[in-house]
Design a protein around this ligand. Structure first.
Ligand code: GLU
Length: 435
């Protein structure tokens, strides 16, 4: 399939097909169940704006699969949210939870809005009204939201409060994760996606799989996106001794071959709202950032950033998918041909949902774990899943040598997906089709 105008759902479908080719669970007849979302909710609701006018907003919540447990996945606020994208992202959540052996299914939600042009009051009313519209389709054992693009701890506090008002008399903390600490959030949840991303990257380097890169220390890292994930990733990679040579946000990027001072970058972003213009850095575009000379390239913003159009110009040795779906299948092929490694989203960014699971466990017990415990459990899971992905990739290569897919490479994305899909197909068969 060509890359032009490929939709997120088409990307998920192609990737699922790539994995199915290598699945040997004897459960092939169950795989079609995984192709489609189990439940799709679409709502339109009015909000009174600060100036007294009334606007109608559209929101979605998609539950892709609940074979492993209740639905789990973020809520994003963005002007480009649509049902196709939310469905594809819900499917990715199913794979992530299955790969990390987390007892949740996959879900995702979103509201079509431009959070940058909305006041806190408007955002609060949108969140509350959206959650009340979803009613009992959300719940600690039904479907559990969390932060995503342009939603944060404050948004999750409103989600919790709305649900709690609607279900008084219960411990409702486990209905949403990514909450502020005082409301039952987990230590380490905010940093978890980025921490997991560092953990997996280090593991692959340590296993000697990326030939031209022997350690993170001294490696040159470029990060697209300076939000929940990108900013923390910059900090953590830098703490490991990496040099952050380029950063970007929605307004553009900055580069400095000697390394960007992160304290200055964060302070500048806080006061001006953007990184662009930071002293002693060169201004670049988001597309320049992707093609910059570096060792590790981390797309940590939107989907479909690396496509057939720019994959031939990427100079990094390894791409680490901190965002969901940043690389298209056609780009996967070009990158593999060029010997550029790709660490796939369902593994790399699964640290977020992993600590969300820890938060849910803490909430059910009304307990708070120490940060060290959260981080060490996170590392353990991320490394175990990274190792399982490598082992599956090596196994598939030996097993199918001479029988490579002509159209798409047998890469780590395919290996991680086969693990997830295989696991789900087997569990679906064990549970049996109802009735
Ligand atoms: N929104 C994050 C993701 O895409 C986190 C999901 C969660 O914590 O449930 O993985």
């Amino acid at each position: 399939m060509s890359d032009d105008d490929i939709t997120p759902s088409q990307i998920s479908a192609v990737n699922l097909q790539r994995a199915q080719r290598y699945i040997d669970s004897g459960q092939d007849n169950l795989l079609p169940i995984l192709k489609y979302p189990r439940r799709v909710i679409s709502v339109n609701f009015p909000i009174e704006m600060d100036d007294g006018s009334v606007e109608v907003f559209r929101g979605y919540r998609v539950l892709h699969n609940r074979t492993l447990g209740p639905g789990k996945g973020g809520i994003r606020f963005h002007p480009e949210v649509d049902l196709d994208e939310v469905s594809a992202l819900a499917m990715l959540m199913t794979w992530k939870c299955a790969l990390l052996e987390i007892p949740f299914g996959g879900a995702k939600g979103g509201v079509v809005c431009d959070p940058k042009s909305l006041s806190q009051g408007e955002l609060r009313r949108i969140t509350r009204r959206f959650i009340s519209e979803l009613g009992d389709d959300l719940g600690p054992y039904t479907d559990i939201p969390s932060p995503d693009l342009y939603t944060d701890e404050q948004t999750m506090a409103w989600v919790y409060d709305t649900y709690d008002v609607m279900h008084q008399g219960n411990n409702n903390r486990a209905v949403v994760t990514g909450k502020p600490l005082l409301l039952g959030g987990s230590p380490g949840r905010r940093e978890a996606t980025a921490r997991g991303c560092v953990s997996v990257t280090e593991y692959f380097i340590h296993r000697g799989l990326i030939p031209a890169l022997s350690e993170l220390r001294g490696s040159r890292v470029a990060i697209q996106g300076f939000g929940n994930v990108g900013e923390v990733a910059a900090q953590l990679f830098s703490e490991c001794g990496a040099i952050i040579v380029a950063l970007s946000d929605s307004q553009g990027g900055i580069a400095d071959g000697e390394g960007i001072d992160l304290t200055e970058a964060s302070a500048f972003k806080k006061t001006t709202g953007t990184l662009v213009g930071l002293a002693h850095t060169e201004t670049i575009t988001n597309s320049d950032l992707l093609e910059i000379d570096c060792d590790v390239l981390i797309p940590a913003a939107l989907g479909r950033q690396i496509t057939a159009d720019n994959a031939g110009s990427i100079k990094a040795k390894v791409i680490v998918e901190a965002a969901n779906g940043p690389v298209t299948p056609a780009a996967d092929r070009i990158l593999a041909e060029r010997g550029i490694w790709l660490l796939p989203d369902i593994l790399v960014n699964a640290g977020g949902v992993t600590v969300s699971y820890f938060e849910w466990l803490q909430n059910l017990d009304n307990e708070t774990w120490q940060l060290d415990e959260v981080n060490s459990r996170l590392h353990q899971r991320m490394r175990a899943s990274a190792e399982a992905t490598i082992a599956r990739w090596q196994y598939l290569q030996c097993d199918l040598s001479g029988n490579e897919d002509a159209e798409y490479p047998l890469d780590l994305r395919t290996a991680a997906l086969t693990l997830a899909v295989d696991r789900l197909a087997q569990i679906t068969a064990q549970r049996g089709i109802w009735p």
